[in-house]
Design a protein around this ligand. Sequence first.
Ligand code: FAD
Length: 140
Amino acid sequence: MFLTRIIYTSTITEKFSVKDVDDILDEARSNNRKKEITGMLCFSRNHFLQCLEASRSCVNEIYHKILNDERHTNIVLLDYNEISEREFSDWSMAYIPNSDISEAINLKFSESSKFNPYKMSGDSAHKMMLALRDNLRVET
Ligand code: FAD
């Protein structure tokens, strides 16, 4: 089955509270290890930006679950591609909090220094996540 990557963005709902990020990461990391899904989740203010890499069937299956999750809404697919190699193979789900998303990196990859993935192309979102990855330590 082909290795596939998706990148989407979404907005938190009233059902979301900040402590949900820890729950989402715990659940994601545990499920993703079993399903050999790798990726990165960025969360800043109201928005998520997530990259998921896995077999095409696993990516589609998890994306459908995520679409139904009432903790977020307005889910917009920014990028869907067959890929030849993983870029987040060291992380079952790397996490980038608001504090790590600087104005400088927003300005480099979007029209504004504010984090707003709805205003980014799939290519810019992808490149921004790679730049954020390069400052991360490998998961242990
Ligand atoms: P169940 O827990 O039975 O979920 C059933 C349904 O309820 C699913 O549609 C689920 O989305 C929804 N749901 C679950 N918990 C809540 C809640 N507290 N509030 C509202 N709705 C809820 N899961 C992963 O495995 N890997 C990921 O990488 C991943 N990334 C995520 C990123 C974001 C931004 C969000 C919001 C969620 C993410 N999740 C991820 C969680 C995912 O949506 C599912 O909750 C999880 O996969 C378990 O789904 P389930 O159907 O197996 O179990």
